[in-house]
Design a binder for this molecule. Sequence first.
Ligand SMILES: NC(=O)c1ccc[n+]([C@@H]2O[C@H](COP(=O)([O-])OP(=O)(O)OC[C@H]3O[C@@H](n4cnc5c(N)ncnc54)[C@H](O)[C@@H]3O)[C@@H](O)[C@H]2O)c1
Ligand SMILES: [Zn+2]
Ligand SMILES: [Zn+2]
Length: 379
Amino acid sequence: MSSTAGQVIKCRAAVAWEAGKPLVIEEVEVAPPQANEVRIKILFTSLCHTDVYFWEAKGQTPLFPRIFGHEAGGIVESVGEGVTELQPGDHVLPVFTGECKECRHCKSEESNMCDLLRINTDRGVMLNDGQTRFSKNGQPIYHFVGTSTFSEYTVVHVGCVAKINPAAPLDKVCILSCGICTGLGATINVAKPQKGSSIAIFGLGAVGLAAAEGARIAGAARIIGVDLNSSRFEEAKKFGVNEFVNPKDYDKPVQEVIAEMTNGGVDRSVECTGSIQAMISAFECVHDGWGVAVLVGVPNKDDAFKTHPANFLNERTLKGTFYGNYKPRSDLPAVVEKYMNKELELEKFITHSVSFSEINKAFEYMLQGKSIRCIIRME
Ligand SMILES: NC(=O)c1ccc[n+]([C@@H]2O[C@H](COP(=O)([O-])OP(=O)(O)OC[C@H]3O[C@@H](n4cnc5c(N)ncnc54)[C@H](O)[C@@H]3O)[C@@H](O)[C@H]2O)c1
Ligand SMILES: [Zn+2]
Ligand SMILES: [Zn+2]
């Protein structure tokens, strides 16, 4: 038992008081974990686009004051009632979507969309009592996607906590909490390219580069990167992308360009842009007979996917995925092991590192398009 178990902890957290305004490092109070909750000491966290979208709150429900952050690594400080598989000292990754292990999704081999703990970006409170565990001078501070990792301590539902190998460096594996697993799993778990095959990756941001890393691991021979921004291409070479297409360089649809390059189409494609046009192109650029396209990007509210049904009759498959189809508690430990035995490379995703007090710099790097991942060191 730690000396702080059962007590309120005072610690530093980066609080977003208002949309789009720099975060402020404040001393906050973190209540003890309740039933089925875990309090975690965060050691490293990183910034993902989703934090930025909800901090900007353009088009999203604004909820402030709030503590953002959902990619992190830490150590369990204490556990609430009913938590049996975790104990103080365990090394863990909190994840924005959970696995209760009891619902029909958790029991299905095919799904990771837990009924109880599926991502909910509008909820700013804990499920147990509908309250927050963070406060400052009695004022509640809202949670974000059940993780709120921009705090030295946070409280998370046990179903959103993956216990990992304690030998794994948390300053590297913390990036597996969201974007990297999303892209990696989209390729490895869903697109499943065969050794020697061809694959097109649409969008070479963090998620697309992780999809490319999955293709490299799977042994795909031709990894074609597609992006409207050619400045992404140089970096993408490190991720095994070996051919590049900028749709702007052609006066015909990019799916036709890719079909010509590959004698009829790629074996697989993974869309990591959020652009509806790229989603349609990603589907229409796969080969008939066996081609599989996987959509990862989050579309706009009013988007509609339009393609000729003959594309399906010609035996192309369209799929989508959430968090790379990984179940956080069951599957993340093995992804960490892939990194430990040097199959998966994580260092190349980490372009920047700042101390916690400089957290706003991480936002600047991302907004300026300079960073893939920026690690924020809590100590
Ligand atoms: N499904 C999930 O579980 C999940 C999880 C995390 C992120 N995402 C989504 O994945 C997408 C990618 O995330 P990211 O952080 O890598 O984003 P990012 O903005 O860093 O990268 C997107 C890239 O796509 C390129 N792009 C945009 N439109 C394009 C087009 N029409 N054709 C080709 N390239 C185009 C951009 O130039 C950019 O380089 C986003 O939509 C994000 O919301 C999904
Ligand atoms: Zn479940
Ligand atoms: Zn994320």
